[in-house]
Design a protein around this ligand. Structure first.
Ligand SMILES: Nc1nc2c(ncn2[C@@H]2O[C@H](COP(=O)(O)OP(=O)(O)O)[C@@H](O)[C@H]2O)c(=O)[nH]1
Ligand SMILES: [Mg+2]
Length: 655
């Protein structure tokens, strides 16, 4: 891929490590200021880890033989000097392939999941966690030839009877009988492939997803429902040699437009193989006109603005790169695509990291800053008290001791008074937990699974699945209602606290019931949308439908499991800033009391005590300033909102 792309990836890595470093700085800051708390430190550590583990995924989607694999070769692997990934394969041969660098295993491998696993109800995500079910092929990355040879195994096929092929989820119309034994059919030997090797871009977190055509998309709902929605960008390929065919349209309408509402997704429509329009006899102008005509037609059919369909020749681009032929490279028009990809991929990813990591980090720093600021208010007051003690005014010291004692008492009673409200809040979150508790859910899920297993017809399967959606929806509504109540309680607890103690506090972090409910809707909506397309293409394959539904069920279960975790976390964290503030303040007052008693014995050290507090104030001001720097730095990491040159999926279908 172009220099620009790797430069951009470099700056993305830089961006992430800058954020990571400022989180480290903040963790040190907390320790230095005696604000270290294990729960907060753990959270920060997790945020740092998630920064490191983020993959950037780019998927190539389209009907078979549009040149997806060839394009991947020319974009990423041209420096090997040959076709690393097999891109001259026949129609049924390629399985979905993920190419990435496995940081944990830290070694190259090719893992292949046998096609027979389709007979099991185990989902692809579950298989991912079970390496022993995959066949492993060694990868010798030092030699291009060895690599090519090893990767060729991805295209292996098997010969099976018609019945076996149908059982495995293949459609009869899509099958080809074998050349020598007409009673047998040729099917791909593998269901999924994972390639890990240490290419510079992959090492930086790029993951490439190569998908086969419509048939495989149709029989692997998990691919379309799970893998595709997670990617940062999709390149949708069409061929200039075929134009937009009915099956191209089926993929576009059923799978790509289905993700219409997804934000932060870069989508590119590419018209590949424009070299088939270059004929030696026509003038350049004539050829350009022909390409333009084709682009117009394609754009109309996809309902995209014509500027969003890019003409390229993947094959000639690969050739040009291997041979170092500059004029051919220009003719292949690959650079425009490279430019768009490098921009949108990173920009989308930055937005996601900003939303999920940086915003939370900022609020943690702000919370700590608030604490320090209340601490310094208290110390200013104590310094002023010392300064009001002049000469040998014993009376003043006695008065201060009495006032301080009173304040300490008030603190203690108020801490005690906050306990009941805290318990009330805890009880309310128990109610919340119960609404999404394991019991209620497992009853629902068990019922659904049983019905899924017992359903005689695919129609029955769909009916039960609809009932499941309704039941889950009811549970979520209940959760949202209870969560509103809980949030109100948290707000009033905070109000009471700042009134009672006369301290400034940040707003409590509310339980994000609305966001969670949106996330669940997203799962259900995706599932329903796919329902419709599976319903029309896959009615025969009840196993695929079953696997798909049990996939939805396990997604929903996983969602509620995470929600429960989030709720428990929230309960602990919402009270935490309050109790933490109280502890810090209480400590300050009781230290001050010691000092005052000291003064009542001898005032010889008054100057020294004032100086010490003055010093402390100076230190705190410096530290406050440092926390402000961290906040400002993090805020400045907000990705630019300019996305004008990215084909947003939300514009697809609505010109
Ligand atoms: N003429 C021409 N052929 C191409 C181009 N890109 C790919 N092909 C050929 O189209 C066939 C299918 O390519 P492949 O990458 O395997 O398609 P996929 O099934 O979409 O991955 C192969 O024979 C390629 O060499 C191109 O830009 N021009
Ligand atoms: Mg391919």
């Amino acid at each position: 891929m172009s220099r620009e792309f790797s430069d951009n990836i470099d700056s993305f890595e830089q961006w992430k490590s800058d954020i990571g470093r400022s989180l480290s700085r903040f963790r040190l800051w907390l320790r230095r200021n005696e604000l270290f708390e294990k729960s907060i430190d753990d959270r920060l550590f997790k945020l740092q880890e998630s920064l490191k583990s983020e993959y950037l995924t780019l998927a190539f989607v389209g009907e078979f033989s549009r040149g997806k694999t060839e394009l991947i070769n020319s974009l990423f692997f041209a420096e090997y000097g040959e076709r690393i990934l097999p891109s001259d394969a026949g129609r049924t041969t390629m399985c979905p392939t993920e190419i990435f660098y496995d940081r944990k295993e830290n070694r190259p491998y090719l893992r292949l999941l046998p096609i027979e696993t389709r007979l099991e109800e185990t989902t692809l995500s579950e298989y991912r966690k079970m390496p022993s079910h995959w066949t492993e092929v060694p990868l010798m990355t030092a030699s291009a030839q060895e690599m090519t040879h090893a990767l060729y195994t991805i295209t292996q096929t098997r010969q099976v009877s018609l019945e076996e092929a149908l059982n495995l989820g293949f459609e009869e119309s899509a099958l080809e009988s074998c050349e020598f034994d007409k009673s047998k059919y040729e099917i791909p030997a593998w269901r999924h492939a994972m390639v890990s090797f240490s290419h510079p871009l992959l090492k930086q977190g790029l993951c490439i997803l190569d998908t086969p055509g419509l048939n495989a998309l149709g029989s692997e709902p998990e691919l379309t429902l799970k893998l595709l929605p997670q990617v940062q960008a999709i390149v949708f390929l069409l061929g200039a040699d075929t134009g937009v065919t009915a099956s191209d349209m089926a993929i576009w309408e059923n799978y790509i437009q289905a993700m219409e509402r997804k934000n932060n997704l870069g989508l590119f429509a590419v018209l590949n193989k424009i070299d088939t329009l270059w004929d030696g006899l026509s003038s350049r102008k004539k050829i350009d006109k022909a390409i333009q005509r084709m682009l117009n037609t394609t754009a109309r059919q996809l309902q995209l603005p014509v500027s969003q369909v890019l003409p390229i020749s993947a094959q000639k681009a690969l050739l040009a790169k291997v041979r170092g032929d500059k004029s051919l490279l220009i003719k292949s028009q690959i650079s425009e695509l490279e430019h768009l990809l490098s921009e949108s991929l990173l920009e989308n990813k930055e937005q996601i990291i900003w939303d999920s990591v940086v915003q939370e980090s900022i609020s943690l720093v702000e919370e700590a800053q608030q604490l320090l600021s209340n601490k310094s208010d208290r110390i200013y007051k104590q310094r002023d008290e010392f300064e009001s003690v002049t000469g040998d005014n014993d009376q003043r010291v006695i008065q201060l001791i009495a006032e301080n004692e009173k304040e300490l008492k008030i603190f203690e009673t108020r801490i005690a008074a906050i306990k009941p409200s805290q318990r009330l809040l805890e009880r309310q979150t128990q109610i919340l937990l119960a609404t999404i508790g394991g019991d209620i859910l497992s009853k629902e899920v068990e019922m659904t699974l049983e019905e899924l297993v017992n359903s005689k017809t695919t129609l029955g399967l769909f009916k039960h699945m609809r009932q499941f959606y309704i039941a889950i929806n009811t549970i979520m509504k209940e959760l949202t209602r209870e969560a509103e109540l809980t949030n109100k309680m948290a707000i009033s607890l905070y109000d009471k606290f700042s009134d009672d103690f006369g301290m400034k506090l940040l707003e409590p972090k509310l339980f994000p019931a609305k966001r969670l409910s949106r996330d669940l809707e997203e799962i259900i909506r995706g599932s329903k949308k796919l329902n419709n397309s599976i319903f029309t293409t896959l009615t025969e394959h009840s196993l695929a439908v079953r696997r798909f539904f049990s996939g939805t069920v396990s997604d929903v279960l996983e969602f509620f499991k995470l929600t429960r975790k989030e709720l428990i976390n929230w309960t602990q964290n919402v009270i935490h800033p309050l109790t933490h503030q109280l502890k810090v303040q209480q400590q300050l007052i009781s230290d001050h009391q010691h000092e005052l008693h000291d003064l009542s014995k001898s005032k010889s050290n008054l100057e020294g005590k004032i100086k010490a507090l003055q010093h402390l104030i100076g230190d705190i001001e410096t530290e406050k300033h440092k926390s402000l720097e961290i906040i400002n730095f993090l805020k400045a990491q907000k990705p630019a909102a300019d996305t004008s040159n990215i084909v947003r999926i939300s514009t697809a279908g609505r010109k």
